[in-house]
Design a protein around this ligand. Sequence first.
Ligand SMILES: N[C@H](CCC[C@H](N)C(=O)O)C(=O)O
Length: 276
Amino acid sequence: MLVRFSKMHGLGNDFMVIDAVAQRVRLNTDTVKRLADRHTGVGFDQLLLVEPPTRPDMDFRYRIYNADGSEVEHCGNGARCFARFVRERRLSVKNEIRVETAKGSALLTLLPDRQVEVNMGEPVLQPVEIPFAAEQEAAIYRLEIEGQCYEVSAVSMGNPHCVLLVNDVAQAPVKQLGRLIERHARFPQRVNVGFMQVMSRSQIQLRVFERGAGETQACGTGACAAVVAGRLRGLLDEQVDVHLTGGKLQISWEGKGSPVLMTGPATTVYEGQVYL
Ligand SMILES: N[C@H](CCC[C@H](N)C(=O)O)C(=O)O
């Protein structure tokens, strides 16, 4: 089956985006992994599916697959590209687009300066909802890895995140430690691992080892989770610039009971066709 797609990215976190409204698309794990290959496939961190909604109050259904073929609950950078894609493909003329995700919904707003704002909803902090094995909710948990104890935060933005504080992101053991934490037994659905360096109360640097994709140039849900973790630790103010390898995201969070807002770019690189 020949399928049209767009290759897009949000700060270098790259996506294959498929219109599954106008096209019949059936994916399985092997197909996603084959398409993700950067030598023999299209190559991407995640594959995003644009589907008709299953809920009457939503405009679209938003589905996300990691490069390893796993279907996951959310992708922040992908949400901005989703909004750009449906506008460019004339699947919607709205400036505010409501999308349903595996665990909730998100509101995508196309801004006049070509940036996109995403209302990511409230962070989830109850361990059982993240999911993370812990007696009770806390701002800081102690996690043992290969005999060494680390202080971490655990936050869900729909997808699970573990956030560590580091003195220098450039020197952080992102691959070694990221790989170990991603599959830690206390995260039964695996986890995205963020390494955060706090520069000031309104500026952080962040690198993320993503579940199912490895280190990416940027992670939108990771940026949200890092700001939530930093605020819960009393280290950050409401508005934070998150500096990632691929560029800057603006994140704001008033605190518990409020949604996290993320603003950043979305770029279309090319359009293509591929046999599934
Ligand atoms: N790897 C993530 C999904 C993609 C998240 C990231 N690309 C973003 O921008 O939020 C997970 O398994 O939960």
